[in-house]
Design a protein. Structure first.
Length: 248
């Protein structure tokens, strides 16, 4: 089975985001960018499926600026086989990403698309669900376990009430949750090998998808600074202070 893994280049999760002075967004100039952590989990899961003999080929795809090629190289170093870079300037919203991914799926015919449950830059949590709807494929979102057995994909998903297991038939869209696995670090030899793996580049415009933004950002601001805490002597003092503040 061929597995398609969309990976997004985002601001590194260790970086404290700075808001642009004109409040139009987050300042990305000279900021470390990395693969979205949930996409790393998706790549890791695909590599594990290949190691188990379930996946035959892993194709990674990224939609974004030319530098998203580095993100694809990271995925190739982790074990993916080839990459597709779809170049686009600016922020491409989930619906446009899902439409481009649908076109890639139509071309590549994978048996499974494994995405992150959300991108940590905009926290949309939409692309996987939109892609499944566009493809009319079954979806298993927030997966904490993926087992392929007898042609079915059994997905254990994290829901409010606990865990739910779905048996998906046919090609499926799966989005990864944090507990699915712990992604590996790419070894130096694999980083070297990844340099020789192929990356196909296409322009977003060639897919005939309108990628113009549909949302407009009104204002981006820093969260209010946290007020200093206070240490209390004992529980009784804590309770009386909470009562005085009307918290209990
Ligand atoms: P979102 O719906 O934006 O929170 O993103 C969820 C998942 O969709 C991400 O973890 C990626 O797997 C995929 N995705 C979103 N945007 C892109 C993009 N520009 N390129 C590749 N994959 C993307």
């Amino acid at each position: 089975m061929k597995v398609l893994v969309p990976v997004k280049r985002v601001i590194d999760y260790n970086v404290k985001p700075r808001v642009k002075p004109d409040q139009t967004g987050v300042d990305l100039a000279n900021v470390k960018m990395s693969m979205n952590p949930f996409c790393e989990i998706a790549v890791e899961e695909a590599v594990r499926l290949k190691e188990k003999g379930v996946a035959s080929e892993i194709v990674v795809v990224s939609i974004g600026v030319t530098q998203a090629q580095e993100t694809l190289r990271t995925a190739l170093a982790m074990g993916a086989d080839r990459g597709i870079l779809v170049t686009a300037e600016g922020d491409v919203e989930p619906l446009a990403v899902a439409k481009i991914l649908k076109a890639v799926v139509d071309e590549e015919q994978p048996g499974m698309v494994l995405l992150g449950k959300q991108a940590i830059d905009n926290d949309n949590n939409q692309t996987g669900q939109m892609l499944a709807a566009l493809l009319d494929w079954p979806q298993g979102t927030f997966a904490s376990e993926v087992v392929v057995e007898d042609g079915k994909v059994n997905v254990t998903r994290e829901i409010d009430g606990g865990l739910q297991t779905l048996a998906l038939e046919g090609p499926a869209v799966i989005t990864t949750d944090l507990r699915l696995n712990e992604p590996r670090y790419a070894s130096l030899p694999n980083i070297m090998k990844a340099k020789k793996k192929p990356i196909d580049t296409k322009e977003a415009a060639s897919f005939g998808v309108d990628i113009a933004p549909r949302l407009s950002v009104v204002k981006v601001t820093e969260p209010p600074a946290r007020e200093a805490g206070e240490k209390v002597e004992d529980v009784a003092t804590l309770v009386s202070k909470l009562k005085a503040a009307g918290a209990i």
